[in-house]
Design a protein around this ligand. Structure first.
Ligand SMILES: [Zn+2]
Length: 382
C-alpha cells in the first residue's frame, strides 16, 4: 500500500501520528512502514529526514515501490498508533539549500541558457554543475540577482499538470518526464520539475552565498550555501578576519594589505639574514684556513645556511668539512670535501648514526638520530 506523503501537504509539520502497517528486522535495524508519514525519504538530491517514531530512533528513510521505509533502531508494534517527530532544523536547512539551488539554476538558465546537469547536497555545502562556463564576475551578478528574488519573498507554488498539458509548461527538468509530475514555481524566477521539499516563500531562504565557480568537464561547478549555513559560514570567515585584524593591528577591511606588508617585510628580513649569515660564515671559514678535516656543531639552521657554511669552511680548510646542526637525537648534516669521494663515508655514517641522506660524491646532506658524542666518536675513528 502506498504511504500517504504528509510532507507534500504541509512541509512544516514536525509531529504526526500514524499506524504501523509492518515492521521487519533487516540489516541495520527494523524496516517500519506506516499508513502515512511526515518523514521525507532520500530523493531528488535531498537527504532524508531523521527523528523518532515512538521510542525508536529513525536512522534512514527511503522509498521503495510507493512505500516509505523508516529504518528504526528498535521494533514497533504492528497495528498500533505511533507518533513521529522529525528533526526540523535538519529538514529546514535542506529546504533552504534546495530552494536556493532552484533560484540559482533558474537565473543561470534564463540568463545563460545553461542546464543544471548535476547536483549534490553535501554536509558542508551544495555543489551543482552547469553545462556552460560561468566566470567569477558572472557568479557575483548571479548571486546578487538571486538574493534580490529572496527579498521579494515570492510565494512558492506547486503545480500538478495533467499529462496532456504538461508540454505547455516551460519547466526545467533533468530528464524526460511523463505521468505524475510535480512542478515547483517561484514566480517568474524558476519553474522546475522536482519532488523535493521547499520553503513556502523565497524570503525563508534568507541568504544565498555562492562560494566558487570552477571549470568542470565542459561547464562549471558552483559551490553554494543558503540560509543558516550561509550565515554560519560568513560568521566563521568574519571571525578569522577579526583574529587576523587583531594580530596585525589592522582595520577589518585592511587585513589583506596588512598581510601583504608583513610578507614583504619578512622577505626583506630573510634577505638580510642570508646576507649576514654569509658574512659570518666567511669569518668562521677564515678561522679554519688550512686546518685540514673539520667537524662543527651548530644550533638548528635552515638547509640552505647549513650548505653555505659547510661549503665556505670546506673551501678554507683544505680537508673534509662536516657540519651538524640541531640537537642530540636530531641533527641535520652537510659534509663536503673539495676533490674527495664521500660515498663510502656517507654509507658508514648513516649506518652508524641511524641516518639518511646522500648527494654528490664531494658533497652530501642528510640527517642523523644520534648524539654529539656518538657523532664525534664516529669521526674520530675514521
Ligand atoms: Zn526542488
Amino acid at each position: 500500500m502506498a504511504t500517504e506523503k504528509l510532507f507534500y501537504i504541509d512541509q512544516y509539520r514536525t509531529e504526526e501520528t500514524a499506524h504501523v502497517l509492518s515492521c521487519e528486522e533487516v540489516k541495520g535495524g527494523y524496516a517500519v512502514v506506516l499508513d502515512r508519514t511526515i518523514f521525507y525519504p532520500t530523493g531528488g538530491g535531498q537527504p532524508c529526514d531523521l527523528g523518532t517514531l515512538g521510542e525508536a530512533t529513525v536512522t534512514d528513510v527511503f522509498e521503495r515501490d510507493e512505500e516509505i521505509i523508516h529504518l528504526c533502531d528498535r521494533p514497533l508494534p504492528v497495528g498500533e498508533t505511533v507518533t513521529g517527530k522529525i528533526d526540523f532544523d535538519r529538514r529546514f536547512t535542506f529546504m533552504q539549500q534546495h530552494s536556493g539551488e532552484h533560484l540559482v539554476s533558474g537565473v543561470v538558465h534564463r540568463r545563460f541558457g545553461y542546464e543544471n546537469v548535476g547536483f549534490h547536497m553535501g554536509s558542508d555545502c551544495v555543489t551543482f554543475d552547469f553545462s556552460g562556463e560561468i566566470s567569477a564576475q558572472e557568479l557575483k551578478s548571479i548571486e546578487r540577482e538571486v538574493n534580490e528574488i529572496i527579498y521579494q519573498n515570492i510565494k512558492t507554488e506547486f503545480l500538478y499538470p495533467d499529462e496532456a498539458s504538461l508540454h505547455t509548461y516551460p519547466f526545467r527538468s533533468k530528464k524526460e518526464l511523463s505521468g505524475w509530475v510535480r512542478l515547483v514555481k517561484f514566480g517568474d524566477a524558476d519553474l522546475c520539475a522536482c519532488c523535493g521539499l521547499h520553503v513556502a516563500a523565497t524570503g525563508e531562504i534568507g541568504l544565498v552565498k555562492l562560494l566558487s565557480t570552477t571549470k568542470f568537464h565542459e561547464g562549471s561547478r558552483i559551490e553554494m550555501l543558503a540560509g543558516i549555513r550561509a550565515l554560519d559560514y560568513m560568521n566563521a570567515l568574519a571571525e578569522q578576519n577579526r583574529e587576523i585584524s587583531n594580530l596585525l593591528s589592522a582595520k577589518p577591511f585592511a587585513t589583506a594589505a596588512a598581510v601583504k606588508r608583513v610578507s614583504e617585510e619578512l622577505a626583506s628580513a630573510q634577505y638580510r639574514v642570508t646576507e649576514l649569515e654569509n658574512r659570518l660564515f666567511a669569518v668562521k671559514a677564515a678561522q679554519y684556513a688550512g686546518s685540514g678535516d673539520v667537524l662543527l656543531f651548530e644550533s638548528a639552521m635552515s638547509p640552505d645556511a647549513l650548505r653555505c657554511l659547510t661549503d665556505a669552511v670546506m673551501q678554507a680548510c683544505g680537508g673534509r668539512c662536516a657540519v651538524f646542526s640541531g640537537e642530540d637525537g636530531n641533527y641535520k648534516y652537510a659534509v663536503g670535501q673539495g676533490n674527495g669521494d664521500l660515498r663510502d663515508m656517507t654509507k658508514a655514517l648513516n649506518a652508524a648514526l641511524n641516518g639518511r641522506g646522500g648527494g654528490k660524491p664531494f658533497f652530501v646532506q642528510g640527517s642523523v638520530a644520534a648524539s654529539k658524542k656518538e657523532i664525534e666518536a664516529f669521526f674520530a675513528a675514521l
